[in-house]
Design a protein around this ligand. Structure first.
Ligand SMILES: *[C@@H]1O[C@H](CO)[C@@H](O)[C@H](O)[C@H]1NC(C)=O
Ligand SMILES: *[C@@H]1O[C@H](CO)[C@@H](O)[C@H](O)[C@H]1NC(C)=O
Ligand SMILES: *[C@@H]1O[C@H](CO)[C@@H](O)[C@H](O)[C@H]1NC(C)=O
Ligand SMILES: *[C@@H]1O[C@H](CO)[C@@H](O)[C@H](O)[C@H]1NC(C)=O
Ligand SMILES: *[C@@H]1O[C@H](CO)[C@@H](O)[C@H](O)[C@H]1NC(C)=O
Ligand SMILES: *[C@@H]1O[C@H](CO)[C@@H](O)[C@H](O)[C@H]1NC(C)=O
Ligand SMILES: *[C@@H]1O[C@H](CO)[C@@H](O)[C@H](O)[C@H]1NC(C)=O
Ligand SMILES: *[C@@H]1O[C@H](CO)[C@@H](O)[C@H](O)[C@H]1NC(C)=O
Ligand SMILES: *[C@@H]1O[C@H](CO)[C@@H](O)[C@H](O)[C@H]1NC(C)=O
Ligand SMILES: *[C@@H]1O[C@H](CO)[C@@H](O)[C@H](O)[C@H]1NC(C)=O
Length: 490
């Protein structure tokens, strides 16, 4: 029997499930970072201030150990070393982001920073010299302060300012870029920045401003998509997507209530971001529930902004690929309704919990649950018309001082195996995997108290010394062999 498979495998693609567990030869491997989390040089030359600069300086006590991104891993001065490390990893792609206020110091396109533009051109040249394809996120949470002062993401006009900024990026950098990501994780930015307030700009208006922010970011994404598709694609030949984050949910018990809670968990996270892009509107259950709650709460209209027919025409179908940022899985169970509680959590109506057998990383939420990646990929493929998917983030957090990071190796092994099953068994169209993150970096609210990097950084040394962890070499071997040694499935 074995001999038979071996013979068959000589003649068909090596990735066939019966043969070796290999990835397709054109599968993309890479690592990711974002500008605020690594660059530093926050006040160099004419760079403008952004909401994260402002937030960490205004509320230093709200970040673990009062960390901030003023210097971070100082990528601004260490980019050569980091790109060499990526090249040695044999990675084909690098997901990076552009700092809006570094390119347009006052947020608007009437003044472009030469130094900011040259910095990114130098990065793109260096990547090109190493044959690394950039996957460029135009906006990764660092809104210029000037834009914040115009209302930030609760103002739908932000979509037009963003579209202007995006066209400047296409004009200046389009010759280097084949993969554009408009916005990173509208969900996290809106729920944490405009709802709970734990992220910049620290607005606490849950159940109201968070939805307005999601609406404005969807418009912003769609406008940027169409500008590229209509004006730049013909000459630059690139593709445009968006990076959406989602957990996977399992029901806590077999009860009907908990199954419905799972559905709400998915719709209030993935659905809020993806449904408009595929079907042109919010998920129906979200429209109905927030609409009914709003009336019961004595409001004269829904707290959820209306997606008009004009918006639908703009948003529906506005993607070439979809980025999935998947980290972990939670159990969901039903929460008792409390109509006087106006909040995102009350609208969603679920209680999240975790399994005590799931391995926990260095923060409160990240458990290693690889099966969730396969399940969410299959669920997305079935429910959202089989989009082309790029894993734009997936990663493990541990204590920054750990160098022999076996937990991270297990995490990567488990999740890439799960991805392969989704691809070959469930026929999900997933074409690449980007590990978050290349290096340890500023992790927002938790500062430098945890690290997702394949590479450790000594944040106490002015040299910001880089030390590859064990997982760096594991991942390098995975990329170079393009096959998984321990990944059993039929
Ligand atoms: C930039 O910020 C640093 C603190 O990170 C400060 O020491 C320095 O004086 C500032 N430079 C300028 C030009 O404002
Ligand atoms: C990359 O690999 C080459 C050859 O093995 C080595 O000389 C170089 O020091 C490595 N660079 C880094 C940044 O690790
Ligand atoms: C900062 O944290 C304190 C409590 O730790 C909280 O009361 C306050 O709202 C936070 N401020 C912001 C802007 O997040
Ligand atoms: C455009 O890109 C596609 C792959 O995305 C490639 O097959 C095609 O040859 C490219 N066309 C031009 C004109 O560069
Ligand atoms: C309330 O929910 C029902 C379905 O459960 C829906 O038909 C109705 O339109 C909703 N009302 C509002 C104001 O959204
Ligand atoms: C709805 O209520 C808001 C205040 O809650 C008010 O400003 C607005 O005029 C009202 N709209 C209508 C159509 O009654
Ligand atoms: C993108 O442009 C192509 C070619 O002009 C067009 O056929 C397609 O409909 C556009 N996509 C969207 C979503 O508008
Ligand atoms: C319902 O929500 C309100 C407002 O958040 C809160 O004050 C109240 O304690 C909640 N009631 C229950 C039973 O949780
Ligand atoms: C790393 O940890 C693993 C498991 O704990 C152990 O087997 C291995 O020897 C360690 N490697 C190094 C270089 O310490
Ligand atoms: C930093 O780098 C410089 C130059 O490479 C070296 O002389 C110095 O010893 C380093 N300092 C630390 C703390 O590693």
């Amino acid at each position: 029997m074995k001999l038979f498979f071996l013979l068959v495998c000589l003649f068909i693609e090596r990735g066939t499930p019966l043969c070796q567990k290999c990835f397709p030869s054109d599968f993309l491997w890479g690592t990711a970072t974002s500008s605020y989390q690594i660059e530093g040089a926050w006040n160099i030359s004419d760079k403008g201030e952004n909401i994260w600069d402002w937030f960490v300086h205004t509320y230093p006590e709200n970040i673990t150990n009062q960390g901030n991104g003023d210097i971070a891993s100082d990528f601004y001065h260490h980019y050569e070393e980091d790109i060499d490390l990526m090249a040695n990893l044999s990675a084909q792609v690098y997901r990076m982001s552009l700092s809006w206020a570094r390119i347009l110091p006052n947020g608007k396109r009437d003044y472009i920073s030469e130094e900011g533009v040259n910095f990114y051109k130098t990065i793109f040249e260096k990547l090109r010299s190493k044959n690394i394809e950039p996957v460029v996120t135009i906006y990764h949470w660092e809104l210029p302060m000037t834009m914040h002062e115009l209302g930030g993401w609760v103002n739908p006009e932000m979509a037009d300012y963003f579209a202007d900024y995006a066209s400047v990026c296409y004009e200046l950098f389009g010759s280097y870029v084949k993969y554009w990501v408009t916005v990173n994780e509208p969900y996290m930015q809106c729920i944490q920045g405009y709802g709970s307030g734990i992220h910049a700009p620290g607005i606490t208006d849950t159940g109201v401003a968070d939805y307005q922010c999601l609406y404005a970011q969807l418009l912003a994404h769609a406008k940027a998509y169409h500008i590229y598709n209509d004006t730049f694609k013909a000459t630059q030949n690139g593709t445009v997507g968006i990076a959406l984050v989602s957990q996977w949910y399992e029901p806590l018990t077999d009860s009907e209530e908990d199954k419905l809670a799972v559905e709400r968990g998915m719709q209030w996270m993935w659905g809020l971001q993806m449904n408009p892009i595929i079907y042109g509107n919010w998920p129906q259950i979200v429209i109905d529930r927030i609409g009914n709650f709003s009336i019961a709460q004595g409001l004269n209209s829904s707290r959820l902004p209306e997606i008009t027919q004009k918006d639908t025409a703009l948003i529906k179908g506005s993607f070439d690929f979809v980025g999935l940022n998947y980290y972990t899985t939670f159990y969901a169970s039903a929460m008792t309704e409390n109509i006087s509680d106006i909040s995102y959590n009350s609208d969603r109506g679920i209680i999240q919990s975790s399994d005590k057998n799931w391995v926990l990383g260095a923060n409160t939420w990240l458990h290693d649950v690889p099966s969730g990646l396969r399940k969410i990929l299959k669920w997305i493929s079935i429910n959202y018309r089989s989009p082309r998917i790029l894993i734009t983030e997936n990663g493990w957090s541990d204590l920054p001082e750990v160098v022999n990071d076996t937990e991270r190796i297990n995490y990567i092994q488990g999740h890439t195996c799960s991805l392969l099953q989704a691809k070959y068994v469930d026929q999900v169209d997933v074409f690449g995997y980007i590990y978050w993150s290349l290096t340890n970096s500023f992790e927002w609210k938790t500062g430098y108290s945890e690290g997702f990097g394949l590479i450790q950084i000594d944040f106490n040394s002015p040299n910001r010394t880089r030390t590859p962890r064990a997982s760096y070499y594991y991942y390098k071997n995975l990329i170079e062999t393009n096959c998984l040694k321990h990944c059993a499935f039929r």
